[in-house]
Ligand binder design. Sequence first.
Ligand code: NAP
Length: 248
Amino acid sequence: MAKVIVITGGSRGIGAATALLAARQGYRVCINYLSDEESAMRVLAEVRACGVHGIAVRADASNEDEVIRLFHRVDTELGAVTALVNNAATIAEQSRVEEMSEFRLLKMMKNNIVGPMLCAKHAIHRMSTLHGGSGGTIVNVSSAAARLGSANEYVDYAASKGAIDTFTIGLSKELASEGVRVNAVRPGYIHTDFHSLSGDANRVTKQESALPMGRGGRPDEVAEAIVWLSSELSSYVTGTFIDLAGGR
Ligand code: NAP
């Protein structure tokens, strides 16, 4: 059976590094993205240069109609998904909780919690032996913020990742006897463009001297853990977290 990986937010940063590593390991790769078509096409070209099938699908991973369309395209163009990476997420300007608007909070929870749960839902229909599938894996991209809380910065984001951790534990138990393993990675400060959304594009560089290892992480270092958790090499691992935070 072909290995088919769907990576939400696979066009940039950690998702793009995961797409490339998975392609090198022979996966058929679906790169999902929200709006930056140019980046998605660049990663798609690199994936195809590895000699594997790949598609790039523009879809909001937090909107169920678009998630349904995403998985249908995967079904018809790559084959049924065997590995889902719930990577897409958002963050907002650094702020204290009493300053956060309802709009911001709802957007955060929709993107960072509801989206991964919807993508898992549609992957489970294809993977779980209960639904006639042959098993598979789900890797949720959480954050060290889930442990640390991000006080005075973005407690809403940290709380959304805390929910992802709980979701990972619960879903891993729900699916353990149905051939589907569910795990999560918790990156620390990683050099990507994500931080510009929080109002400080140089955030990782500024924090490096305070980090135990003295440097931020690279997207490919996180991708290694994601692809391992997606692979048969981690066949007895479920409900587990890998922290990639340089000792933080
Ligand atoms: P990034 O470089 O900003 O890339 C974000 C990706 O997600 C892009 O491909 C973007 O697509 C896509 N995306 C955003 N919202 C989406 C949506 N609603 N539907 C579909 N795609 C969407 O981010 P990153 O740093 O790689 O972060 C990836 C994951 O790692 C996130 O879950 C983040 O919370 C987590 N994380 C990151 C860090 C860090 O320091 N970077 C630390 C801890 C955890 P477009 O380009 O089209 O918008």
